[in-house]
Design a protein around this ligand. Sequence first.
Ligand code: NAD
Ligand code: ZN
Length: 698
Amino acid sequence: MSAAPTDPPPEDLTPDQAAAELARLAAEIAAHDAAYHQHDAPTVSDAEYDRLKARNAALEARFPELIRADSPRHKVGAPPAAGFAEVRHRVPMLSLDNAFDGADVAEFLARIRRFLKLDPDTPVDILAEPKIDGLSVAVRYERGRMVQAATRGDGRTGEDVTANLATLEGLPERLCTDTPPEVLEVRGEVYMTRDAFLALNQRQQAEGGRSFANPRNAAAGSLRQKDPEITRARPLSAFFYAWGEVVGLAFESHHQYLETLAAYGLPTNPLARRCQGVEALLAFHAELADQRASLPYDIDGIVYKVDRVDWQKRLGEVSRAPRWAIAHKFPAEQARTVLRDITVQVGRTGVLTPVAELAPVTVGGVVVGRATLHNEDYIADKDIRVGDTVTIQRAGDVIPQVLAVVPEARPADAQPFRMPDHCPRCGSETVRESGQAARRCTGGLVCPAQAVERLKHFVGRQAFDIEGLGAKHIESFWSDGLLASPADIFRLDADRLAGREGWKETSITNLLNAIAARRTISLERFIHALGIPQVGRATARRLAESYGSLTALRAALTQAAEPDTDTGARTRAELLDIEDIGPAVADELVGFFHEPNNRALLDDLADLLTIEPWQAPEAADSPLAGLTVVFTGSLETMSRDEAKSRAEALGARTATGISKKTDLVVAGPGAGSKRKKAEDLGIEVIDEAAFLARLGEA
Ligand SMILES: NC(=O)c1ccc[n+]([C@@H]2O[C@H](COP(=O)([O-])OP(=O)(O)OC[C@H]3O[C@@H](n4cnc5c(N)ncnc54)[C@H](O)[C@@H]3O)[C@@H](O)[C@H]2O)c1
Ligand SMILES: [Zn+2]
C-alpha cells in the first residue's frame, strides 16, 4: 500500500513526531473500526482505511519501541454493540494479514516453508478461496442441531444473532447426517448478493429508510438487527469456510473439511481451488479478478490457506491473524475518462458536495458516469477542471472517486472550478466556516434539500414540541406539498387535512389544537427551533437572555454582518462576549440572519406567532436560583426535559455530569453511578417528591 503523498517517510520523523502520529492513528483507526463494525456505516473508503493501517505499520516498523498498548495492530473488529447479548468465542475469531502483490505472496509461501523447515521438494498445497465481502459469523451445532450464532465482534466476544440467523435461507437447522459431531462450530461469511442489495436500497428509499453504501454494509446492517423479523425480510446468504470449536469430527485438510460441510448441507463456495506454488496462486487471483465483476456477490480478494490441518496447527497465529493464511486483496480499479461537468449536490444537512459528471467508462466491469469530488479543497489541490481527462478509481464497494488529472490532456480553455456561492437547490447563500472543508447552504429552513430534517427539528420536543406531528407525518406532508416551510405548519387547516389516509376527524382536531397551543412560544425555544448549525438549546437560551426579543436579536445580527463598520465591530464583539459563542457560532448566526430567504421566513413566522420576549427567572427568591442541578434515573410525574426546563425557569443551571460544581442531584429509580458519585462528593441528593416540593415553594 502506498502512503499518501503528504506523509513524510518514517525515517524523516523524530521519535516525538512519530509518537504523536501513532497516537493520532490509533484514535482515528479505532473510530473507523467502530463506524464500520458497530454501526455498519463507514465514513472512509476501505482503501483509505487500509492506507492508515499501512502507515501505522510502517511507523511501528521504524519505531518498534513506540508501539502502543492500544495499537491497531493487535485489534480485530470492534466490541459488540449495545443491545445484543454477548457470546464469548471459545476459539478466538481472527482477522487476516494482507498481501498486495506477487512479492508479498511469494514471501508468505517462503515464510511457511522456513517455519515448517520443509525441504524444497515437499509440496505445499494451498487452498485458494474468494474473499467474500460480508461479515463473519460463527454458527454452533450441537449433535447436529443449530443452537447459537454470533458475529465476530472483537474476536473474543461477539454479538448473539441466533434468532436473526435462524431465518437465513439455505442455513440448515439440522445438519444432513445421521452421525452428527458432538459439537461443530462452523464459521463463514454472511453476505448479500448485488441484486438483493440494489432491490433493498430501492425499497428503503421508497419507504424513506436508510440506504446502504454497499452490499457489505447492507448485510451487516441487516443481520445486526435487534428485531429478527427485520432480518427475515432481508435476503441474506452465506458461505462457510472455517471452524471454531469441534468435538467428534476429524479432518486432515481444509478441502476435506469443506467437502464435509457441503455434505452436511451447508453452503460452501464452489470457486475454491487447491493450488501449489506462487504462479498458480497468482494465476487464480488474475482469473477471479476477471470474473469478479460478473459474480453475483462482491469479493475483495483471494484468501490463501495452508491446506494441511496439522501444518495449520504448527504455524499457529500472531496477535490478530493466523500465520497459515493471507488475504491477497484486489487492487482498486482505475480508469481514465473525460470530466464533462461538475455539478453540486446538497445533502440533508445542507453540505454541498461537488460531483464529477463523467463520460461513462467501464471500471472493473461496472459502468461509471459519476464520481465524488469530496469538497472544494480537494478540487483545488488536484486542480481538477471541467474538460480534463481524469483518472478515476472504484474500490469495489464505495462511491467512485476522481484521483488525478492527466495534465497533458488539458484543453487550452479549461477554467478552475468555483463552488457556487448560492445553493443550487434554493438560491440561498452558501458559506464555508473557517477551518472546515465543507461549504453549506445557509437556507436551512427554506432549502428543499434540507427541509424535512429541519421541519422535524422544528416541531421536536425541545423546540415547538407539537404533539402528533411526527417524523412520518412531516415526510408525507412535505412530499404532498402541504408543508414547504415551518410557517406552513401554522397554515394547516381541517380542509386540507381532510380525506388523508389514516386521518380521522378527531386526529385532525387534535393536531390542529396542538398546533394552536404553540402559537405562543418563548424566544428561547423559537431560536432553538430554527436549527441554526451549532446553536443548541443552551446557546439559544443565552441569546434570548442577552437580546431579550427577536427584533433586538435580528437587529444585532444584521449589524454584526458588517464588521468593518464601528457599530458592526461593536455588535460582533458583544456577540462574542456571550458565553459559549465563539467565532464559528457567530459566523453561523450572522450567515443565517443575513440570508434573505431566512429573513422572509422570520417575517412570516413573526406574523403567525407570538414570540414571547425573554423573561428573567425570578431568581433571587427561588430555592433553586443559582444552583447547578443534575437529574439522573427516571422521573415519574414529568419528562426529564420538563424537569430541566422548570428548574432553569427558576434560575437553576442544569448539567448532565456530576462534578464538584454540582449543587443538587435529583435521583429517580434506576439512578446508578451518578448517584453514587454525588454521594461520594457529599452533594445533596433528593428524590422526585422533594424536588416537586421545592418547585412548589417557588
Ligand atoms: N472503511 C472503513 O472505515 C473500515 C473500517 C474498518 C475495516 N475496514 C475494512 O475491513 C477490512 C478489515 O477488516 P477485517 O479485520 O475483517 O479483515 P479482512 O476483511 O481484511 O479479513 C478478515 C476477514 O475476511 C473474511 N473472509 C471472507 N472470505 C473469507 C475466506 N474465504 N476465508 C477467510 N476469511 C474470509 C472473514 O470475515 C475474516 O474475518 C478491510 O478490508 C478494511 O478495509 C474498513
Ligand atoms: Zn439550499
